[in-house]
Ligand binder design. Structure first.
Ligand code: FRU
Length: 480
């Protein structure tokens, strides 16, 4: 075992006595923004969901975690198990302590293989002499209780023809019982792609089958494909990934990066796409992954690379989305919180909302608003500075406007308005959780996930016309 401790490349093995408690006390100073029912990092920075797997009894949820600060430092895999998505039990983490992961355990997925949980992940390493990044692909084997048994390297360099940016293996088992994984990559010409590998079993050396082609996909300016995920759902083949570099358009690709899905038919190593679209139209959504063996349940990261948030000052950054059930309907992907999330809602109250309404607990509430395809504008919250969050529907377009909330990094560059087109809007569901809102339109036809920061807020809203709403409170997450 190695104890890495070099600047931000510091592992939990190198923590000093009381260090994390000290950081935790800083996190506790945040009285406004910590979520109550979203999985958030106890300290430091959380990013991608990783290794998501249903082992037949429990769900294993891992995420990228740098414990010591709200920055992208040495990445660990935090690990919880859950059966109901409300109580989360801590299990063995991945702590970088081998040479093949000396600069962090980067993202990946997991499979159940002969009763063991096998996580495939990227070991980030940098050569001491010139700091050159050398990506390793590794496996970590856990028993079902979540105990870590073994870690080993299966690829110790990038394949020929690709740069140092080769990462995020997502494995699955083929119908013939072989292991395959998709791997995000950058070609030597600096364009993004994904590679498809195969192994007969865990002792086999991974064999590169080919690049995974998505046809048609406009890869113009796209320099890297992060977090690929290939799976089947409702009789279709789906590829979800985070292509980096797409040019911004009027109503699409508004963020610095974004996550996309391609839905169609896989023939050999080519996915013939019938539809390609962003997964989420909000300000903060990236690097989603589906849970293996769970028929299309997906978690995303409520965040994006390069963003900073006001909560960074309290030494915590980001959270995961709620788990979402994916469904294929009308040739599109629909996303809604899973049934277990709805089961955590308290009793629903029917309200007729008109004018300005004060609502206790609005900042941790669930609201389902009936729209009946009529124009609507809602201002959520207020404070002494008049800050609020705006949601509007008009002419088949939903707009989420953060301009009247605390400005965060990149707002100047990437704007304060996110829009999506939706014909015939009937229903809006909002899940507020202090500094995050997940918005589901028409039961998952479109989704917007966003952070927003309004300090000392009053729990009130103002509607442009009377609307009918069902309102309830979500139960709090329990950590064990
Ligand atoms: C995506 C990502 C992955 C990488 C991980 C490192 O957000 O950049 O490509 O494995 O984060 O934390």
């Amino acid at each position: 075992m190695h104890i890495f401790n070099q600047g931000k490349y510091k592992s939990l093995h190198a923590q000093t006595h009381g260090e994390l408690d000290h950081i935790r006390r800083q996190v506790e100073q945040d009285k406004d923004f910590r979520p109550r029912y979203h999985l958030a990092a106890p300290t430091g920075l959380l990013n991608d969901p990783n290794g998501l797997l249903f082992d037949g009894e429990k769900y294993h949820i891992f995420y990228q975690w740098f414990p010591f600060d709200a920055i992208h430092g040495m990445k660990h895999w935090q690990h919880f198990t859950t059966t109901d998505f409300q109580t989360f039990t801590a299990a063995d983490m991945l702590i970088p302590d081998e040479l093949f992961e000396s600069h962090g355990c980067y993202s990946g997925g997991a499979i159940l293989w002969q009763d063991k949980i096998v996580a495939f992940y990227t070991g980030n390493t940098r050569r001491a002499s010139d700091n050159q990044r050398i990506p390793h692909q590794n496996i970590a084997i856990f028993d079902k209780s979540g105990k870590l048994l073994e870690k080993r390297c299966i690829m110790d360099r990038a394949p020929d023809g690709y740069t140092e940016h080769v990462r995020d293996p997502k494995p699955f088992i083929t119908t013939e019982g072989k292991i395959r994984f998709v791997l995000g990559a950058q070609r030597q010409d600096l364009s993004g792609t994904a590679l498809l590998y195969e192994m007969a079993d865990l002792t086999d050396t991974p064999r590169l089958l080919s690049e995974l082609a998505i046809v048609p996909f406009d890869n113009d300016k796209v320099f890297m494909w992060e977090c690929p995920d290939l799976f089947q759902l409702d009789g279709k083949d789906l590829f979800i990934w985070s292509p980096q570099g797409k040019a911004r358009e009027a109503k699409r690709f508004q963020n610095n990066y974004h996550a996309t899905y391609a839905l169609g038919k896989l023939e050999g190593t080519t996915l013939h796409a019938e539809h390609i679209e962003e997964l989420d139209y909000g300000f903060d959504f990236y690097a989603p992954q589906t849970i293996q063996n769970a028929h299309g349940i997906l978690y995303g990261w409520v965040g994006l690379p390069d963003l900073t948030y006001p909560t960074d000052d309290y030494k915590w950054h980001s959270m995961l989305t709620m788990p979402r059930q994916l469904k294929v309907k009308n040739g599109r992907l629909y996303q809604q919180p899973i049934a277990q999330i709805y089961a955590q809602l308290g009793e629903k109250q029917s309200h007729q909302l008109a004018g300005i309404v004060h609502l206790d607990g609005l900042d941790t509430a669930y609201l389902q608003i009936t729209v009946e395809n009529q124009p609507l504008a809602i201002q959520f919250f207020n404070n002494a500075q008049g800050q609020h969050l705006n949601l509007r529907y008009e002419n088949g377009i939903v707009s989420l406007d953060r301009s009247q909330t605390t400005q965060t990094a990149l707002m100047a560059e990437f704007g304060t308005l996110r829009q999506c087109e939706i014909a015939d809007l009937q229903s809006i569901e909002l899940f507020f959780d202090r500094s995050v809102v997940e918005i589901f339109l028409n039961h998952g036809e479109k989704v917007l996930t966003s952070r927003f920061f309004i300090q000392d807020r009053q729990n009130c809203l103002q509607v442009s016309r009377p609307v009918q709403a069902e309102i309830a409170q979500m139960a709090e997450i329990v950590y064990r």
